[in-house]
Design a protein around this ligand. Sequence first.
Ligand SMILES: [Zn+2]
Length: 238
Amino acid sequence: MASRPSWRDRAFVVRTYDFGEADRVIVLLTKDHGLVRGVAKGVRKSKSRFGSRLQPFVDVDVQVYPGRGLSTITAADTVTYFGARIIDDFDRYAAACAVMEVAEKLSYDQGDPELFRLVQEALTNLQTDMHPTLVLDAFILKATEHAGWGLSLFHCANCQAPGPHKAFNPATGGAVCNNCRPTGSMDVDPETLHDMWLLRGGYEVSSSRVAQIHRASVQHAQYNLETGLKSLKIMEQA
Ligand SMILES: [Zn+2]
């Protein structure tokens, strides 16, 4: 039986866990092969250079031999290291972890180069002076729209009445007018919805409404991913 050929791809490490005596399982978000679980052999035995590249917040070029259950990662070369401004700063670190967690939940077993690009973009922006929470929210808004859960941020998501509106409801799909607003909708400043629209479009916004932007973005992500997000909970407490 012919074995499946190995492949190379770009990847971010999403999670790692120890496996056996010396190995580590690495969960990778790859550009062209989706979410891949691979074992990196022997990386805990010595000061493995190969193992040290398989860290979070590094864009790596990996070689993978597909297996029936677990694949094997045989090479990893650093393309870009994004950790510098992330690992010593709590807000940036929490935002970067949340980006990876949302990306993992949005990924599947097929490649999604656009999702990969959005992760790269968010980690790049976390190296700048942009507000880290807004970098995360921009990522959430873009990545969920790419996944098919685009929000209506000006027109009422229910009756399409033009805004600006003062309420937000993730189950309805975004802005809701006074006539349509279901109970439990979040009161928002219309400027917040406009800021979210700008962030999704790749524009920068001032950080004066960051708390409300973040609450609405997180509600939207959690509603659509049908799950609480661990790293987002940590950010809310911060
Ligand atoms: Zn309406």
